[in-house]
Design a protein around this ligand. Sequence first.
Ligand SMILES: [Ca+2]
Ligand SMILES: [Ca+2]
Length: 507
Amino acid sequence: MGKPLCYNRSIILLILAVILFQIWVFSSFCLTDLDYSLSHLKNADASVSTTQSFHGDSCAQLSVDSKGSYARIYIYPDQPLPFEDLDQFSMWIRPQSGDGAVQVEFYLDGDGDSRYDSKNLQDARVLSLKKSWSEMEMSNSNWNELDGFDLEYEKYKDNTFLSESLDACKSRLEGKSIVKIYISIYKDSKVPDTSAFIDYIKIADEVISFEPLEEEDIKDGPSSATPGGLMTYTITYGNNQYHPVDLIVKEDYDPRTVFVVSYPPPDPGTINTWTFVNLPPGAHGQITIKMRSVKPAARASIDGHVSGKGFASTEGMLSTEFESYPVTNKVHITAGEFNFSASATTKIRPIIGSALQYGEHGAGDYRAQEQLTYNSASIYAQRDILAGFSPVSVNLSPNGIAMRGDWSAKLLAENDYRNIVWSDRYYQAKSLNLSYKARIGKTLSYLDTNACVLGLADRTAYWPNGFTDTKLAGNFTLQGKARWMWANRSVRPVNVGWLECCPLGQG
Ligand SMILES: [Ca+2]
Ligand SMILES: [Ca+2]
């Protein structure tokens, strides 16, 4: 009657934390949901200027010469804006020369395709009646507010729709959405040049102030990074209001990231908060933050010892591989009545590493001793196994069941970094005296084997541009040294085929 094996070691089975999220999302938000572009025509120009500004440091300068007709600002909401949600529509104008006329146009989508189509009867185009700055009682060389709700509008090519207020248009065209807005300056034909500055266009809750940073993403970061590597995030903030505000930027870091440094530095005593007191209207700025992802802690060193008589089944696995995972850093900006949130997600690239699997099965006497050393760059294993077959039985029934068993052993090493795989298998063995040292690393991988076997052995190795396959049967000793060196950007085998076999005669 065989006794159950007494295992006085803990099971060596390390399964590394694997984070399965493969999906990464990169979301981007700007301080304004409005995009704009400026017309560039032969005899008229529109450009961002810093010579004047109502809000911040910049505005749009529109000018038309005597041969031109108009200069224009094109505005595109990121998402179609329901016409009925247009509760504010205003801009500031500083006439510079001539008595130019202003016209605004709304292009509306009515069929839900997010586009304006002049041939589609459900879509609509609404234009304000042109008004000169003298008619609007604007003074030259001063900033004047134009409230779009003070203008009168008509629907393009619709005689039933004349000179309505913007509120009346909104109710008559309910259900349609704004997909683009034109703001045009038409020339005063009595003078050679007509020009004006325009700043701080407010459309519902969104503002265009022509400041260089307002179209930057609030949060920008790398789409991918190496494990443990540095990641640089940029936060763009701005005061979109008329008055100075205390603006607070608060970061919500991913727990798998570590703050390294930022410019400007965070508020004293914090690593994630920046306060800008009394930030002037239109002022914008950026914060650059360097973060590091947490490097997976892949490190273990294990000494084991097993001995006993009976059935033995051991299994071990070590791996330095890590799957990709995403880290998301969020930012919240509070500025008076405004709140902005944005996030940037960075995919941490996988670690291509190595894996070592080993194990023995059989019945009889078994002793194993091992030393395993393990870190994120390499795996080292030294194992000595002594196993001999003897019949044993398992006490599953009152009479017990006699079992006959052979010994089998395996060692499988995969160096995915250098594309080396080797596999040693021993099976149908009556006795097995196995001693090996295996190291899997980036520059050197080796397997030193000393074996004395009564049974079958199968040794295979694959590496770039080569492989070996050796099959042995009988009562033999086997000594082998196989080394793969990484040099000159390639894996070079050294002694990989070297194997000394010595038959001991059939036992
Ligand atoms: Ca449409
Ligand atoms: Ca501005």
